[in-house]
Design a protein around this ligand. Structure first.
Ligand code: MN
Length: 244
């Protein structure tokens, strides 16, 4: 009998070179995911920042990319979405790891249910300041200018943007930084989906939305700190898995 695909969703690991415990946890997790029937989806912000696919000498990337490649070499499928921190991930990473890079948002058939996947930051429409910055840094002009800088300078700037964004978060109301319920409900309708899975807000939850007299589900993935989380769909059952 053919086994159903086991779907595994994670997001917001925010890996950075100093967080060795989290890196080791992720490498162990990848080994455990290496079964052929598995399909791992990383829904954005695997890395705390990504300054371009030419930054491959970086010791962090030299540990993570081969581990992703081992997963696909073992026969598991790997799909990745860009997050707001690592939105510069491009084809080179995909070639090296055999990961499919998905557009955001993206619809999959998850055991017969249309399921919409997204990092989620584009649905934080109440945060107008964030959306304004987002639309600038996603232009070809901004990306091309950034990628022309020397790699060390790109690292400096990425760290600067991080500090600015952390400072901005201190002054904002928590509700503003969550996804807008109206925007999410519009997405359910636009993509005619029963289920949404997203990350970004770090507000691990299982929500229900009543739309056109139908209950639809929205799963928000946790970020990874000293504890990792994966959402697993196995033969139409789902479960949250936590590990350290
Ligand atoms: Mn994010």
């Amino acid at each position: 009998m053919m086994l159903n695909t086991k779907f595994i969703f994670i997001a917001d690991l925010h890996l950075s070179p100093s967080e060795t415990v989290k890196i080791d946890m992720f490498l162990r997790f990848l080994k455990e995911c290496s079964e052929k029937r598995n399909h791992l989806f990383i829904l954005g912000d695997l890395f705390d920042y990504w300054v371009g696919d030419d930054d491959l000498d970086n010791p962090l990337h030299q540990r993570i990319l081969p581990a992703l490649r081992n997963l696909t070499y073992a026969g598991a499928k790997l799909s990745m979405m860009r997050g707001n921190r690592d939105f510069l991930i491009s084809e080179r990473l995909s070639e090296l790891t055999e990961a499919h890079i998905l557009p955001d948002p993206f619809v999959i058939d998850l055991h017969g249910k249309r399921t919409l996947l997204s990092h989620g930051d584009q649905w934080c429409t109440d945060d107008e300041e964030y959306q304004a910055i987002r639309s600038i840094v996603r232009t070809n002009q901004w990306v091309n200018d950034f990628l022309e800088l020397p790699i060390p300078e790109r690292h400096d700037r990425a760290q600067g943007y991080r500090q600015k964004s952390n400072a901005a978060k201190q002054t904002k109301d928590a509700e503003i930084m969550d996804v807008s319920v109206k925007t999410v409900e519009d997405a359910f309708k636009t993509y005619n989906c029963h289920r949404i899975i997203h990350g970004h807000t770090h507000r691990h939850a299982h929500h229900q939305h009543l739309i056109d007299a139908q209950i639809r589900e929205r799963f928000v993935l946790s970020d990874w700190s000293d504890r990792g989380q994966a959402l697993i769909f196995n033969n139409s059952d789902y479960s949250d898995q936590f590990f350290t």
